[in-house]
Design a protein around this ligand. Structure first.
Ligand SMILES: CC(C)(COP(=O)(O)OP(=O)(O)OC[C@H]1O[C@@H](n2cnc3c(N)ncnc32)[C@H](O)[C@@H]1OP(=O)(O)O)[C@@H](O)C(=O)NCCC(=O)NCCS
Length: 219
């Protein structure tokens, strides 16, 4: 597959005067397990700060309001064997740092439900759902971002999806109003092939015309 390179390229929008944070090598990633309930409040905070506050280099807080996930919802995911959740920790302190969920496309809400809204996911539908994995609930604590933790989570996720789950394509759904994030996914090897999907919880949106671009990577 077009495996993401481990080399580090400079950011598109940070100027030469912006100091780069020190890279964090003492981080490990593993699958969530039931015992991780003891970290529930911390991972809940990491996810909701990452998505819905201003602390990191990219956020959706100006586009979407409310929590990204509830504590009860996250507790269920810790035990979800169908849609495995990856967790990143600081190796020295066991501080929770980040999350990423692997969602087999066949368990995702049917794309057919979107057809009435003038979205037509024909390209995704042309491949077997059993071959595709969606990367979701992807978060890194805003105070720890830009240190390679996100890339580490993605690399683990793509390897696990290919080698353990037998997937051939990875998808991410990215809000089109987030060009900096789309740019990063492209640097990781994803391509935008023009497919669009609506944002599912429209009542949470803070502006009009918010929808997803579907990006794709061959594994
Ligand atoms: C997306 C996210 C998980 C990435 O985590 P991270 O730990 O910051 O990721 P990394 O440190 O591995 O990589 C950050 C990249 O952004 C780049 N970057 C840093 N600051 C940037 C900026 N201001 N503008 C553009 N790119 C920037 C870095 O150069 C790096 O790119 P590289 O890998 O090519 O060197 C994290 O930002 C996050 O939690 N965001 C909020 C939730 C979210 O949007 N999730 C994804 C939904 S689709």
């Amino acid at each position: 597959m077009a495996s993401p390179s481990s080399s580090v390229s400079s950011s598109e929008s940070s100027g030469p005067s912006t100091p780069r944070p020190e890279r964090k090598n003492d981080v490990f990633v593993r699958l969530a397990q039931t015992e991780d309930e003891k970290y529930l409040a911390q991972f809940h905070s990491v996810i909701n700060k990452a998505y819905r506050t201003e602390g990191g280099w990219t956020t959706e807080s100006h586009l979407v309001q409310d929590e990204r996930i509830s504590q009860d919802g996250l507790r269920e995911l810790l035990n979800d064997k169908v849609n495995p959740l990856l967790l990143a920790f600081d190796s020295n302190t066991m501080e929770p740092l980040g999350t990423l969920q692997l969602e087999p496309l066949e368990h995702y809400p049917s794309f057919g439900e979107y057809q009435g809204e003038n979205y037509s996911p024909t390209y995704v539908e042309s491949h077997k759902k059993e071959q595709q994995i969606v990367l979701g609930l992807f978060s890194v604590d805003p105070t720890q971002q830009s240190r390679g933790i996100g890339r580490k989570l993605v690399e683990f996720a793509l390897r696990h999806a290919k080698e353990t789950m037998g997937r051939k394509q990875a998808l991410v759904y990215v809000i089109v109003q987030r060009p900096e994030l789309i740019g990063w996914y492209k640097r990781l090897g994803f391509t935008d092939f023009g497919e669009k999907l609506p944002f599912p919880d429209a009542f949470r949106l803070l502006q009009n015309d918010v929808h997803f671009s579907v990006l794709r990577l061959e594994l």
